[in-house]
Design a protein around this ligand. Structure first.
Ligand code: MAN
Length: 355
């Protein structure tokens, strides 16, 4: 696979984003949803910010308080034996059975806009900031599906109740309507197909199983984008492969002559995230036609290997122009990058590796 990584990569880094309040610092601007709106490329960035701690022995956790509509900043002492601070993204109790966890940063969605797809300007204000009890720990990893002149933006809504998938709709990327939670916890990586197939909407989703089963991709259909049913297992992890630990939908499915092309992410058990491709039947997206054996994109560049959480390429959206697939992708849970690939080459790899 020939990958053309933009020379300007990383396109957006935390340094390009001013924190939304002075006592916070920006850790990441990554895993953005992608939209084309009025001749511009919009990236719906996941901005992760952390409360600044003056005391190195104190870790803080920001939590949105629904009553006051403000953030509460909780403090934990690093030497407190009750807690486990090993994962920099979380604070857990050592007694895992309690299921207690806080996040060390708050994510929300901010828009970056560009006329040429290379140079972006980040909006001053958040576009989506926590607003209800399902989002008290933040809003993460948006995906944008355009249907007619309406853009549906779905995202992970994180709270102590778990990670649900919520949706808003917008026509102008300024105001929006809340459409509610569309998948119950724990579920991530929801991708809504850009058009109905045989009279039904389709979505990929990834239940994050905790007792039995693997972190696999499922598919569901809906008459109205709100009620999702007919859930089926679509794609599983593969032992010994680059996608042996977990998989999840990445970019909004692309309609091609050969079928629906889904660029999905897969990680090893050691959390190395790559992107692969799968082809679904045009008339029945619940049918898998082909799947790549090898990744189409893997962390190789320095900005993909090193960062807040290294060895991660995580694509949430593409722009397709003829044979060119521009994939905008999060790198190392820190920044945004873009690469171009040939659609024909991806389809060829799918054909070659599925024989
Ligand atoms: C994982 C990571 C984090 C994220 C939480 C909650 O630990 O993806 O970045 O904040 O899940 O979704």
């Amino acid at each position: 696979m020939n990958i053309y990584r933009y020379e300007e990569n990383p396109l957006i880094t935390p340094a390009d984003v001013a924190p939304h309040r002075p006592d916070f610092e920006v850790l990441g601007a990554f895993n953005a949803g992608v939209a084309e709106y009025q001749g511009e490329t919009l990236l719906l960035l996941r901005v992760a910010e952390k409360p600044i701690s003056e005391d190195p022995n104190i870790v803080k956790a920001p939590v949105f308080n629904v009553e006051t509509q403000q953030l509460d900043i909780l403090e934990f002492r690093l030497d407190d034996p009750t807690y486990d601070f090993e994962d920099p993204r979380m604070i857990r109790t050592r007694d895992k059975m309690e299921g207690f966890a806080y996040l060390t940063s708050l994510s929300y969605i901010r828009i970056a806009r560009s006329k040429d797809g290379h140079n972006f300007t980040v909006d001053e204000k958040p576009f989506l900031y926590p607003f209800n009890e399902y989002q008290t720990f933040g809003i993460e990893d948006a995906r944008v599906t355009q249907i007619g002149d309406v853009y549906y933006v779905n995202f992970s809504a994180v709270s102590e109740m778990g990670v649900a998938d919520a949706m808003i709709s917008t026509k102008d990327f300024v105001s929006y309507e809340y459409e509610g939670n569309i998948f119950a916890p724990e579920n991530k990586d929801v991708l809504i197909f850009p058009e109905k197939v045989n009279g039904k909407y389709y979505a990929l989703h990834r239940p994050s199983l905790k007792s039995i089963g693997n972190l696999d991709i499922w598919i569901a259909s809906s008459p109205d984008l709100h009620s999702w049913g007919d859930h089926r297992h679509l794609l599983g992890i593969r032992d010994g492969y680059w996608d042996s630990g977990r998989i999840g939908g990445g970019a909004v499915p692309i309609k091609t002559e050969k079928g629906w092309l889904e660029l999905y992410h897969g990680a090893t058990k050691e959390h190395r995230y790559c992107m692969g491709a799968v082809l679904l039947d045009l008339n029945d997206p619940m049918k898998v036609l082909a799947r790549t054996e090898t990744p189409i994109l893997e962390p190789e560049a320095d900005y993909e290997k090193n960062g807040f959480f290294g060895d991660v390429v995580f694509g949430c959206g593409t722009i397709v122009e003829g044979d060119v697939v521009k994939m905008y992708y999060g790198v190392a849970d820190t920044s945004m990058a873009c690469c171009e690939m040939s659609l024909a080459e991806i389809l060829q790899q799918l054909e070659d590796e599925s024989r």
